[in-house]
Design a protein around this ligand. Structure first.
Ligand SMILES: O=P(O)(O)OC[C@H]1O[C@@H](O)[C@H](O)[C@@H](O)[C@@H]1O
Length: 284
């Protein structure tokens, strides 16, 4: 089936991309990883996502930036020793298929599916699909269905790298409750208020935060809405970016990850489905 008029396909360095251009916004998705790379609303023409200038855009490594899909585990919570299985699972490093595209008066929707959902560390029968809607907002919905005969448990995240002009002038609003601090042996701490970032930050906020606003220079810039999550992850490597090969040492100044996440284990019985949804709402 050919894609609808607002969708075009392109290729570079062996990777294929789905480009969407409509009256509301433009967006770019890499089929490697089923990975949204760009969302630029027409209302202000300002990019809302961040991709590292040093990202590997050749299929050699997961893409640093945009919206990596973490599934069926988060980070290294696969129950094996660190490094034995890929960090954040095996969907972000495989080639996805474009299954369908539609357009209507509110925008364009594309549906993607990974090539496989069963691999070492997760040997269950299930199906996964990703719907990306590009309209006034960007909405990304990841659905997991248990198509087998035994229950399984999984974790997942939409690990979005948001573009900010200057992290030192950025505030996150709407997050409350406690978080687990990965950088302090998982100590449980209260969320700071105001929530600014001035050092390396790697936190799992333990409540199912539904609405977060990213404000830059005291002006709300992007709203992040989450559904189907049980937690929210906030990450910025700060000066450790210098030791990440696909980030430049100062890249941390222009990004913050706000990740709609399932980190507590979600059990799906045979026939059950679960959907994790993140909506990126530009505030113009
Ligand atoms: O380098 P990766 O595998 O893409 O992960 C980046 C970061 O992703 C975050 O979600 C994790 O909380 C961090 O611990 C991790 O460092």
């Amino acid at each position: 089936m050919s894609p609808v008029a607002s969708v075009s396909l392109s290729e570079s360095n062996g990777l294929s991309f789905v480009n969407i251009e409509n009256a509301f916004a433009s967006a770019k998705i890499s089929l490697f990883g089923g990975h949204v790379l760009s969302f630029i609303p027409a209302a202000d023409n300002k990019e809302r996502l961040w991709v590292s200038p040093h990202a590997y855009l050749n299929g050699e490594r997961p893409i640093r930036g945009g919206i990596p899909i973490c599934w069926p585990w988060f980070a290294n919570d696969h129950g094996r020793d660190d490094g034995e299985l890929p960090s954040h699972g095996f969907l972000r490093t495989q080639v996805w298929k474009l299954v369908n595209s539609t357009e209507d008066s509110k925008g364009t929707t594309v549906e993607l599916a990974p090539s496989f959902t069963r691999a070492e560390g997760f040997e269950y029968d299930c199906s996964v699909s990703l719907r990306v809607h590009v309209g006034e907002n960007l909405q990304v919905s990841l659905e997991t269905e248990n198509t087998g005969v035994i229950p399984f448990s999984f974790n997942t995240a939409l690990h979005t790298y948001f573009h900010v002009e200057n992290i030192k002038h950025t505030e996150l609003k709407g997050i409350s409750g406690d978080y687990k601090d990965k950088l302090d042996d998982w100590a449980v701490k209260p969320t700071p208020a105001p929530y600014t970032i001035d050092a390396e930050t790697d936190r799992i906020h333990l409540s199912a935060v539904k609405q977060t606003t990213i404000a830059v220079d005291d002006k709300d810039f992007t709203e992040v809405l989450s559904q189907g999550n049980d937690s929210l992850v906030v990450w910025n490597p700060w000066q450790s970016a210098a030791s990440i090969s696909d980030m430049d040492p100062f890249g941390y100044n222009h990004m913050v990850c706000v990740e709609s996440s399932v980190t507590k284990g979600l059990e799906l019985a045979p026939g059950e489905k679960a959907e994790l949804v993140q909506t990126v709402r530009p505030i113009t």
